[in-house]
Ligand binder design. Structure first.
Ligand code: BGC
Length: 539
């Protein structure tokens, strides 16, 4: 038999084994496929039923996660997501949300402002000094509180009371009377959740993701008012001067130093993009009630896209994504987020581990007790293992054993399996993120160069066989980005940038490196302060 034929037969045999193994898994682990409602009491099958090798399992994982990542498939997905963006720009009440910020900062705004940042895992209160574009912004003082699960479970006003206590402590540190004077102290809030903005300083609560229960009972209530009332209970005299989503804060903080900034990205516990976008391309019903004359002067407005909510039905999901989604507090709410962010990467890897323990003898067929609970494998572990390029992976073993108790030390094969799984899961995350960013960039191009886009569309319709490039219509953008995953996950940003280069070169040949990811560190607190400064300047 010729060598290529042997190879093909070998591949077919492997494929067949994988299909059989997958069917066995479906029969043996029905809970993985049925979802949460019923949690198995006896989750593991014991050590007797291990039918696959770790190698064949990891090959299957790799294939499932890599199949959608060819450039042409990603371009196709980007176009489909753009269609979702366009649709939601006209009428969705929960995403593509226009703010009230029409003009970007000039960079000449100065002053010291109090900024709050409610992120996915920390709450920060900071005093920020803006010195004008020529000098660096200064974080005069900052206090940080970890948002643990017990805080995430606080419902309604309880959460705002918790925030007020943090503000109180910080203000007391600054000075006994600070925030208690006769004149209300203006504050800016960066809120890393969706919000239906009703003015520059107010907005209505929308369902919150990331495991927060604060929106239970508060959806539709005014966010600023909720916080101010909790502050009043502590005799704090503060006034909400600006509320911004954290993605808008990133855009503002970067635009303060670079006037060309038009887009921003957050990738941490959650993900999102904000974009400075033409008002006339947004459905009128999305603006609610605006002050008289608002539409006469507002040419562009910052949109909080809530990009996490897109990609449903477009981005392929594996069986582990499926379990994660079906067992989630809000299934289908944020499809992109569930596959790419810091809150979920660890959980996807954990679900794969659970199956590998049960069917391929990972960890000798015994799952550490501590890994049985959903969300018990932190994404920081995934990042650590991926960064470990040693052959022995001994530091990964030590790190893992610090966080989880293993009946027997994980073998090198176990660790190699894990590293490969982490790489595959994070690579897909970078690719899906790049697809979302590319889609948003195309949306901006389409809005800013409408004639060229419609000529291109017409040509495509009339002569589908002709390849029409939009290279002349492409806009070079630098995207202000922030968040723990994009900042810290080893290699993530470069991988994402690589995918972006490929996608932009494909859809807009000759556009070069048209989309560039630029860091915008501390963007939430800096951006909230800039938002207050802009609001004060507009008064
Ligand atoms: C929230 C967005 C937020 C993003 C990044 C998402 O889960 O819905 O509002 O901007 O996370 O923090």
């Amino acid at each position: 038999m010729s060598a290529p034929l042997v190879k093909v037969l070998h591949r077919l045999q492997e494929l067949f084994q994988n299909v059989v193994a997958a069917l066995e898994t479906m029969i043996l682990l029905p809970s993985l496929f049925r979802g949460l409602g019923r949690r198995r009491r006896k989750p593991f099958l014991g050590t007797h039923w291990h039918r696959r090798s770790l190698d064949s399992f990891v090959e299957e994982v790799d294939t499932l996660f890599s199949v959608p990542l060819s450039t042409s498939t990603m371009i196709d997905m980007s176009e489909k997501i753009r269609a979702q963006f366009r649709h939601c720009l006209q009428n969705s009440p929960v995403c593509m949300l226009p703010s009230y910020t029409t003009t970007l900062p000039t960079g000449s705004e100065k002053g010291t402002y109090l900024a709050l940042d409610v992120g996915g895992s920390t709450f920060r209160v900071a005093l920020i000094k803006l010195n004008g574009r020529e000098e660096e912004m200064e974080i005069v003082r900052v206090s940080s509180r970890y948002i643990d699960n017990s805080v995430k479970l606080l419902e309604g006003t309880q959460f705002f009371d918790w925030m007020a206590s943090g503000i109180d402590t910080m203000l007391k540190d600054v000075g006994a009377d600070y925030g208690r004077g006769d004149v209300a102290l203006p504050i800016g809030l960066s809120w890393s959740f969706p919000i239906d903005q009703t003015s520059i300083s107010s907005g209505l609560v929308i369902h919150m993701g990331k495991g927060f229960h604060c929106s239970n009972g508060t959806v539709g209530q005014e966010l600023g008012q909720l916080l101010i009332e909790s502050c009043r209970k502590r005799n704090l005299n503060v006034q909400m001067a600006a509320i911004v989503n954290d993605s808008s804060a990133a855009l503002l903080s970067r635009a303060y130093v670079d006037s060309k900034t038009r887009m921003s990205l957050i990738l941490g516990t959650g993900t999102n993009m904000a974009i400075h976008f033409p008002v006339h391309d947004i459905g009128r019903s999305k603006f609610g009630v605006r002050p008289d004359g608002w539409f006469d002067y507002a040419k562009n407005v910052i949109i909080n896209s809530e990009m996490s909510m897109f990609g449903g039905g477009v981005l392929p999901m594996t069986r582990w994504d499926d379990v994660l989604n079906r067992t989630h507090m809000r299934p289908d709410y944020q499809p992109l987020e569930y596959m790419i962010t810091g809150r979920y990467l660890g959980e996807i890897v954990r679900l794969i581990i659970v199956e590998a323990v049960e069917t391929a003898s990972l960890f000798g067929g015994q799952l550490p007790h501590s890994m049985r609970e959903p969300y018990s494998l932190d994404t920081s572990i995934v990042a650590f293992i991926e960064e470990d390029s040693s052959t022995s992976l001994s530091s990964s073993a030590a790190f893992l054993q610090k966080q989880h108790i293993f009946p027997a030390t994980p073998s090198v094969d176990d660790l190699r399996f894990l590293r490969r799984v982490c790489q595959v899961v994070s690579r897909r995350a970078a690719a899906y993120l790049a697809t979302g960013i590319h889609s948003m960039w195309c949306l901006l191009n389409e809005a800013e160069f409408p004639e060229q886009s419609s000529i291109a569309n017409l040509l495509i319709k009339e002569s589908p066989e002709v390849i029409v490039t939009e290279s002349d219509t492409a806009k070079n953008v630098s995207i202000a980005c922030d968040g723990t995953v994009i900042n810290k996950y080893p290699g993530f940003r470069d991988t994402c940038q690589g995918y972006l280069d490929r996608l932009s070169a494909h859809s807009h040949p000759n556009s070069g490196s048209a989309i560039r990811l630029e860091s915008a560190h501390e963007s939430a607190i800096l951006g909230a302060a800039v938002a207050v400064a802009v609001a004060v300047a507009e008064e």
